[in-house]
Ligand binder design. Sequence first.
Ligand SMILES: Cc1ncc(COP(=O)(O)O)c(C=O)c1O
Length: 293
Amino acid sequence: MSTPVLFFVDDLAEGLEPSAQRFHQADPTAAQINVLDLSVTRGDGIFETAGVQHGSIMALDAHLTRFAHSAAMLDLPQPRLEVWAAAIRAAVAAHEPADMLSAKFIMTRGIEGTGVPVGWVYVFEGDEHDHEREHGISVVTLDRGYRHDVAQTSPWLLQGAKTLSYAVNKAVLREAARRGAEDVIFVSSDGFVLEGPTSSVILLRDGRFSTPALDQGILAGTTQADAFTILEAQGHTVEYRQIRADELVGADGLWLLSSTRCAAPVRELDGAPVPIAREISDALNTALLARTK
Ligand SMILES: Cc1ncc(COP(=O)(O)O)c(C=O)c1O
């Protein structure tokens, strides 16, 4: 495994004291984060993970836009996106070449009481996902416990922001494992398909590709958006809409999409087989893996 690269972002947000440098490289094996940082004590901060294919950062603008949106939802200072973009590019360039890397960037609320956020970019070689793309994954549906309109009724729950509070997103994977599955599709308490704990959902049924409408307290997936562009260019019909959980039964194809895994076809849902639309799945992954931005 190659050595990861760490860059701290110094001039990271609007309205803060000007900093002498925009960003700087640091030792990823040394202790760097203060034990009073609110990311450590409260999970209070935001992050993004972009895929990096052969040195090209995928969907960087979309990740930066979502980062700024998450910052706004958490009442954090607005990140200086041009500094973040430069730091991410520099960190990727400092990493030894690899087929696929992940560029994770994080902004925390900082050390308690200071009001000064802390931010960094960490570039690393993640897990290999060829097997999942080829053989598919086994998935269970789990109730998220919120209605589909939670983002409108209770915006303080931060549904739709990419926060560092991922303990629940990890807990559901352990629940999936207890049920003999590898991943999860969240369903709202009133019966609508939402998203995976680290992925977006695309359903193929009756010749149409559907993904849950984005106003249902879910993250706007950058990979799903690129997948829709690709599918449309290939002549397919795509749509954002409310999808009832019972529509997943009898799907002609079902995928979980995310930045480094790309399109993982679901081969089993709640113990029942789901067909892998092989040609479509392979063509979609070939196109997603061939993106240059
Ligand atoms: C909750 C959630 N939904 C969807 C996604 C997929 O987003 P993207 O395709 O931008 O990686 C992620 C990615 O981590 C996620 O955490």
